[in-house]
Design a protein around this ligand. Structure first.
Ligand SMILES: Cc1ncc(COP(=O)(O)O)c(C=O)c1O
Length: 406
């Protein structure tokens, strides 16, 4: 990521400098790093809760007779204390994408009826395991999946994940799109849909939900594409008289750089209302990123400072393997100083991890104050698709996770 950041655009009430020292969820970040050690992911339960409430309040504005539901996509962050906190809050169910995720959610206190399940490429063993859970809200993403579920659960209700051949993602990043001009493995396409309905009927399945998830990270700028996706989905809804709910997936994004405008949830909700509520459909939603990403920071220890040719490097004790999303999807992942320096005294640094791969640079040319006396650095937006995607590459997979309660 080459973009220079000049402002502290990311500051907010629970993540900001006070007397020049970075605070997160009401705690001095330097104290957290000293006590917890590094690398450490620190999550704010209150921030996740606030994010959920913001989405739920927006959903309330769309009206309709039936209750709209929110399922937290646990693939974003499955830290058990966080899941149990969410269960106890009563604010959401869970979106799971593998039998092991279902088992983990049950272990954290959720029951099967709280879990919406949507996955791809399921094996016979996967279907057998899932079929044991009574009440699980199963969404089939292929003809194969409808058939296999129908054989095990004839006469039950299902959702069908559809592929509208249109997608939406942060900055139109194709790596983050699950549907679009390129054929993807996700969901049932329009031309397959009559057969999907026939297969469901042959097993006595009732299709009560249409589900789609077409991409990740979209912001206000991408709302016109979002609107186009919803319109394409209406065709599927109109084919099935038994459909009562539409699951609009996740994909809601958070700002990553100063120029990103936060998602305007009011406009977002208006688009949903226009397309679905007026057709008496209830809406389900399963965001991960929007709820968890900006609720986490990654604390890293500084290992060295050195100029190599014209570049000033800051070495840190954690690499891309413990938070791979930025490297996979070319997403900016901003390091911030724990001590606020004067903006006219900042200079550019490359912040580099401890993995023997050339791509292991967290950020290029990030403007930071003098770091000579600093022991730690924090990466913001580390609450989602970070620890949950970590690997043990170079045997440097050891990390710690902490949940800060309100
Ligand atoms: C089916 C499905 N639902 C929801 C999500 C959550 O997406 P996000 O974290 O972007 O909101 C994903 C993410 O890949 C997904 O595949």
């Amino acid at each position: 990521m080459k973009e220079q950041q000049t402002s502290v655009w990311w500051q907010r009430a629970d993540l900001c400098y006070q007397q020049q020292h970075l605070q997160f969820a009401g705690r001095p970040v330097a104290d957290l790093a000293r006590q917890f050690g590094t690398p450490a992911f620190v999550y704010s339960a209150q921030r996740v809760r606030d994010n959920i409430l913001r989405v739920k309040n927006a959903l309330l504005t769309i009206g309709g007779q039936q209750q709209h539901r929110l399922f937290y996509a646990m693939k974003a962050n499955r830290f058990a204390p966080l899941l149990t906190y969410l269960k106890q809050s009563g604010l959401c169910g869970i979106d799971a994408c593998s039998p092991s995720e279902v088992e983990h959610a049950l272990g954290c206190g959720f029951s099967a009826k709280d879990i919406s399940f949507t996955a791809t490429s399921l094996s016979p063993q996967d279907f057998d395991a899932l079929a044991r859970y009574d009440g699980l809200l199963f969404n089939a993403d292929s003809l194969h999946s409808i058939r296999e579920w129908g054989r095990r659960k004839p006469g039950s209700e299902i959702g069908i994940r559809i592929n509208p051949a249109a997608g939406v993602s942060r900055a139109s990043n194709e790596l983050l799109q699950y549907a679009g001009p390129l054929t993807t493995k996700f969901g049932v396409y329009q031309e397959q849909f009559p057969e999907a309905m026939a297969v469901a009927a042959s097993h006595g399945l009732t299709i009560s939900r249409i589900h789609f998830h077409t991409g990740c990270g979209y912001l206000t700028e991408q709302l016109p594409q979002w609107q186009a996706v919803l319109q394409k989905c209406l065709w599927f809804v109109e084919q099935v008289p038994t459909v009562q709910r539409v699951n609009i997936g996740g994909g809601l994004g958070v700002p990553h750089v100063a120029s990103d405008q936060p998602l305007d949830l009011k406009k977002w909700a208006e688009i949903i209302k226009e397309n679905f509520t007026d057709r008496h459909l209830a809406v389900d939603i399963e965001p991960g990123d929007y709820l968890a990403k900006d609720a986490g920071i990654l604390l890293l220890g500084i290992t060295f400072l050195e100029q190599k040719q014209q570049t000033h490097f800051i070495g840190v004790d954690g690499g891309f393997n413990i938070a791979p999303e930025p490297a996979y999807y070319k997403l900016p992942f901003q390091p911030v100083s724990l001590v606020e320096g004067a903006s006219d005294k900042q200079s550019p640094f490359h912040v580099a991890g401890n993995i023997n791969e050339a791509l292991d640079v967290w950020y290029e040319n990030i403007l930071l104050p003098d770091m000579a006396d600093q022991k730690y650095i924090a990466l913001i937006n580390a609450g989602a698709y970070s620890a949950s995607m970590a690997s043990n590459h170079c045997m440097r997979g050891h990390l710690r996770e902490f949940l800060l309660l309100p």
